[in-house]
Structures are given as C-alpha cells and as structure tokens.
Design a protein around this ligand. Sequence first.
Ligand code: C5P
Length: 261
Amino acid sequence: MSRRRQIYEGKAKILYEGPEPGTLVQYFKDDATAFNAQKKGQIAGKGVLNNRISEHIFKSLATIGVPTHFMRRLNMREQLIRQVEIVPIEVIVRNVAAGTLSKRLGIEEGTQLPRTIIEYCYKNDELGDPMVADEHIACFGWASQDEMNDIADMAIRINDFMCGMFSGIGIRLVDFKLEFGRLFDGDFSRIILADEISPDSCRLWDMKSNKKLDKDRFRQDLGDVAEAYQEIARRLGLLTNEDGEAGAVLDLDAHRNKKGK
Ligand code: C5P
C-alpha cells in the first residue's frame, strides 16, 4: 500500500488510487481546519473515529435505499469507495439555527426551525464556498435540474433518517453538510452520496445538556474535542467491535496519524 498514487489531498482526507478501476481509497486524517482553513489543528484519533462513524452512517443509509460511494472499510483510517465526479455543491441541511445561519440572519443559536432548510454552497475555497441559489446552479451548469431534484430528495431522506438515528441516542441533529457525485455507467450517470458524514460535517448536541459534540468544539476552542467525537462513536455502539473480535475497543493512541503509511 506504500506506493499508491495520491489522487487528491483535502483538508481532512486523502484520496488514493484504488485496487480496481473505478475505485479509490479514502484516508481520514487527524487534521482539522475551520473558517476556510484560517484555523488549523490536529485532533488525535479523529480520522479513526470519522472513518468508523461515516462507515456506520453510509451503511445505514444504504439499507434505506440511499445510494452511496461507500464500498467497505479497509482498516482504521481507510475505506474503499467508488470513484465519482463530485458535484461542486455543498448541500447544507438545517433543523435548528446555528453557525452561519444564525450569524447571517441574526437568529439565536438553538432556535428550532419551523421547517427544515436546505442551502447550497458553491464548492470553491478561494471564494470561501459562497451560498448560491438554484438559479446559479442551473445557469453555470454545475448540476442539471434532474440531478438537483435527486439531490434534494436524498437530502430530505437522509435528514429524516439521521434525525431518528441520533435522537435514539440522545442527540439533536442541528445541521449537516452533504456532498454528492456522479457515478458513470457508459454515457449515463446517476447521483450518489459521496464524501463523509461525521462530527466534522454535522452539528450534534446532547439533547439533555445541549453540549456540543462536534467540530464546533474545535472551531470555538471548547476543549475535549476528541472526547466529543468518541462520545458520538460510543453512543452509536462503535467503540466495541460488533464482530466480537479481540481488542475490540478502539485504541486511539495506537492509531494517531500514520499518514502515507
Ligand atoms: O458553517 P455553517 O453553519 O454554514 O455549517 C453548517 C453545517 O455544515 C455544519 O454542520 C458544518 O459542520 C457543515 N459544514 C461542513 N463543511 C463546510 C461548511 C459547513 O461540513 N465547508
């Protein structure tokens, strides 16, 4: 695995060429960035936890018929995924006011929204991922109307499922970000869920205490960041190995960033 070709390095993940055509290996780093990479740091063990949490969520979504890029987890930090052409739109789903919505519109953080909101941002770091309307997406050809219909339908289904899943473990799903890609089959393509879903890309609050158990702990210097990610994994039942293998508990210290191993 040491001489794999690197396809792309993002802020929190690296993509390598996969073992078969049409596949990639997605490697989860411990690196954390916020505010369009103006703030940088490391969260020990984050990559291991996000790999596991994202695997769990993507597999669960597949069981309700949401097509995803996930194929299988390879090891503590890597998963095998289908290669897609990423749609350059970040899809943000909000149930509760927080983050940039609160800032932009002056709505107090924690206000339950009367209905779920879906926002779209154009994926462009130089421009700071600006929010765009459907008209911009159509006008600049970032996605077709059919593709956007599929994306919006899937985003709502994913939100319904995840709200239920997290409320079952005492967590309020405040908001989250999704990315989608085009999976090609000859001349045809279809939209599938890509990237990751983890405490890096969701706001997750404890229902009783409102404690933040997500990347806002890093963004806002709240401390205990790795512990919060671990708490999510623990409540999802991922800190013990379901297969019953020995050494079940994730030993985070033993799996700190081993980039490019
Ligand atoms: O910052 P904002 O309030 O717009 O973020 C909304 C949600 O989308 C948050 O859960 C945040 O973690 C996620 N997000 C993300 N990546 C981005 C922007 C937002 O994961 N580039």
